[in-house]
Write a protein of this length. Sequence first.
Lengths: 268, 277, 247
Amino acid sequence: MKLKNIQVFAAAIVASTVGIGTASADILDTIKERGKLIVGVKADYKPYGFLDTSGAIIGIEPDLASDVAAKLGVEVEFVPVVSSNRMQFLEQGKIDLMIATMTDKPDRREVVLIPDPNYYSSGTNILSLKSLGLASWEDLRGKPVCGIQGAFYNKATSQNYGAEIVAFKGTAEAYSALKAGNCAAFVYDDSAIVAKVADPEWADYEMPLPTIDDAPWGLAVQLGEDAFGALMTDMIIDWHKTGRILELETKWGVTNTPFAKAMNEKYK
Amino acid sequence: MTYKSDLPVMMPPKPYEAEPFFRLEMRHVVPIAVFLIIGATMAFASDGDGKQSRMEVLMNWAPLLLKGFIFNLIISVSAMALGTAVGAILGLGQISLNRPLSAGSWFVTQFFRNAPWLVLLFFAMFLLPFEIDLFGLKIPFPDWFKAILGLSLPVMANVSEIVRAVRSLPSGQWEAAESLAYTRRQTLWLIILPQCVKRMLPPWMNLYSILTMATVLASIVGVSEVMTLTGRALSAEGGRPELLAPFYGFVLLLFFIYCYPIARFTVWLEKKFAVIN
Amino acid sequence: MEFFFEWFRVLYEETGINLPFLYDSYDRNRMFNGFLTTIWLSLVCLFFSIVIGIVGAWLQGSSFKWSRRIVNGYIQLFRNTPPLVQLYFFYFAIGTLLPRVENDWGGQSPMLGSFAWAAISLSFFAGAFNVEIFRSGIEAVPKSTVEAAEALGFSKLQIYKDITLPLAFRVVLPALNNNLVNLVKTTTLAYAIAVPEMLYEANQIWSDNVNVTEMMVFLLLAYFALVGVLVGGMNRWERSMKIPGYG
């Protein structure tokens, strides 16, 4: 078991005269008492979570979160998160549920509880200029590649394939850097890249490489919240059974992914 | 300071008053109006392929960005208030005669002055709990509150330095007070500090200006202020590169419109309170 | 040497204090390069901001109305807008407008990379403050001295270079010291445009290893040390250049 010595020490200094809020025994009770489900979603990842002009967060994942809130009979409140803070927010208890395009990885399962089955899947791929003619991942060696800070595949891409990762904090910055030519490619989830390639703005760009690390996404709740985890398992199975994921993909303009179709078949 | 001869080696340093860029007069109004009208028409012209023009997109998002900007201002005012309160106490601690207290205050001041603002902000965001239990009452610590705390740390250190400059008051004041049998505390509160407030005001306002601009750093730690909202708006618009200049230019304009009058006011204050030796 | 670093891996397994930039050679290289980049960026910006300060202060004293006004406009603009937004504006907005050149991976890149834009933006930002500082220093040189130099046949440039600047420098040093320290702290902003400096590398490491606390403490100590060295050096220089009896 990992001892977080320094964290405890620092927290003790900060909270020397007051107690620190601890997670409640069962979060479902807290949510029902509060009357609100606080969900962490992305706000800069079209179409999974993005803003409309009034500032509200919309997209596939906010819709899924609203389904959960409706099931619990409470309202939903969205907290925008980014890759580098989504797990921390959940750990701290700032959000009850996290549906934020997070890839399901074993070391993440040690930090948060990811209910099975997975609700979505995507792999890692790149967006690059057609004229560059990149054909294999090895072609990235020595080239600057844009990425998003906190994505797990940054380290893999730079260590295994020798690319120089240039990580930005938001997708807007990364896309503009790619367009400007500051990097040769943008390494990201293939689901987002597929949507971008279809956009006429990006007609000169392609997704040339084979998708690697096809990894399912996991939504997460706090470690130890087994009741909530079981509820989410039921919800996910229900989403696949009724084809809700496919429906939302079509609503927000994403071509139906093979994973979603396969899960729909499996649970029908 | 005064010199015995009128051929000194060096003059005392004075604050420099910059020539204003443009003094607005009636005869300037007509060309400005013409420029604005032509500029607006050109900017609102469509890009040609049926998409909304850049200015139209900017106008769509402008209300949201303005709300974000007001949030920035709230953060800056709160952080300034908090930092000033704690910093004043720290500054007085630095000039106290109690050795451990002055050494401790000095160390805290130097530590927070020398740390980058962004790193202190990260520190506050990640290490403070999101909620504290005060006698059974749960007090939530939202993101922006932690940003205020994080930003008030360097403000506190800088205010402490400004207050420490109290020592630069001519020593005659201290001695005169001593000869009139004021205690140290009475001297400080009744004689020294009222005079010093005038001297402290310009650097304090300068600090506020720096703080307002530093509130943009909160976007890096995820607070929903104007820069984060700009980034999200750009994402929602699909990351079109030609939108970058108008959006960021708009944010620059907002800050300029807010901070420039404050800078001019500070200069006016400096002249008004100029201490004539 | 390896033994020293391995001790930190043992530390991690025993107590959970995770310092991957010490025991993992990949992270260690990243962190070290980040440290060097921070120092290099600070030095470049220091140099250019001083140059901009000197040139700007000279232009402010020129007899042309418009050169004075343009310098003042530049100062007001750069002092009253956030450096982060200036950085974004330079890198994303202006960077895309510049012509592109062929680069070594077969595509077209803008002429200036992120490091160059960070250096330009931060130099202009610090330069705006420096112009005012140098201006107040120049004003501290009495007119009589300048007139005496003119009487001796010095040209304007020679007066500025040989008489005004050396005298002004001693007045300027405390304020310049303060400004340069701020500049070193402001280089952390370059993180936002992906310049691989210390904060950026620390962020990468804590994203991979989820050890935010340790990295934050390390960063605070590292910057404290860096700034402390700079402040100590500048204070010693100030003391050695001090004019006895002045100030």
